[in-house]
Design a binder for this molecule. Structure first.
Ligand code: PEP
Length: 252
């Protein structure tokens, strides 16, 4: 049976004081069950402080992105080893904002995934279609292209410690959530693609839903058989909102 992962993507928000307050609230209210793991992904400058703040708790820390390079002349970039040094366990790769605003191709995302994995981080691969792509009936083709870029680079064994997040672009930060049925359909497809390579890895891989998940809609989404948690943006910025989703997972 797969456990739930409830991950907060804080994006470019907060300052040292407010982030300390947020993490303290999350640590204090984290559900006391092995079934649900909480992850926070603060901006780079706060990673080490947030890792310290969560050290005696079950909450873990991840980064929102990672360089594909190990070191050198890559101004502004942060290597996988640096993230490990700061206490990270996970790194998000291929978030739609990275793909659209910073023009990260699927090949670049696959390189980041590989670098993170080889360093010992657990990559969280984000995949998802735009509204135009959904309306054109190409949701599965888009997901396949994003997923296959990684599978072709690291092989299915590279997914063993990784996580996939299905994030329909039209649902991110818009308040428009995929229905549980819409999300389940795509999650099932993703698991099917993995099963085409390795049935055991397909069965054990956590697939998170992301896109305006909140306390009010989490239970319905998390009740779906192939939805193993959430990647949460807006609702991860207040501990009560984030913990409401964690609680829905704990009840699920
Ligand atoms: C995200 O950015 O990963 C996300 C899911 O954001 P939101 O929850 O705000 O839609």
């Amino acid at each position: 049976m797969r456990n739930y992962l409830v991950a907060g993507n804080w994006k470019m928000n907060g300052d040292m004081a407010s982030n300390r307050e947020l993490v303290a609230g999350i640590v204090a209210g984290a559900p006391d069950t092995d079934r649900v793991k909480l992850l926070i992904c603060p901006p780079f400058p706060y990673l080490a402080a947030m890792a310290q703040a969560t050290a005696d708790s079950t909450v873990v820390v991840g980064a929102q992105s990672v360089s594909e390079h190990a070191s050198g002349a890559y101004t502004g970039e942060v290597s996988p080893q640096m993230l490990l040094d700061c206490g990270c366990e996970y790194a998000i790769v291929g978030h739609s904002e990275r793909r659209s605003l910073y023009l990260e191709s699927s090949a670049a995302v696959a390189s980041k995934f590989k670098a993170a994995l080889e360093a010992g981080l657990r990559p969280i691969l984000c995949v998802g279609e735009s509204l135009e792509e959904r309306e054109a009936g190409s949701t599965e083709a888009v997901i396949d292209e994003q997923l296959n870029a990684v599978l072709d680079t690291v092989g299915v064994a590279g997914l063993e410690t990784a996580v996939i997040a299905y994030e329909p672009v039209w649902a991110i930060g818009t308040g428009m959530t995929a229905t549980p049925e819409q999300a389940q359909e795509v999650h099932k497809h993703i698991r099917g693609v993995l099963a085409g390579h390795d049935a055991a890895i397909a069965e054990s891989t956590q697939i998170l839903y992301g896109g305006s998940m909140k306390g009010e809609n989490a239970a319905g989404l998390l009740a779906m058989p192939d939805i193993d948690g959430g990647l949460i943006g807006g609702a991860s910025l207040k501990s009560a909102d984030f913990l409401a989703i964690a609680e829905a997972a704990a009840q699920g």
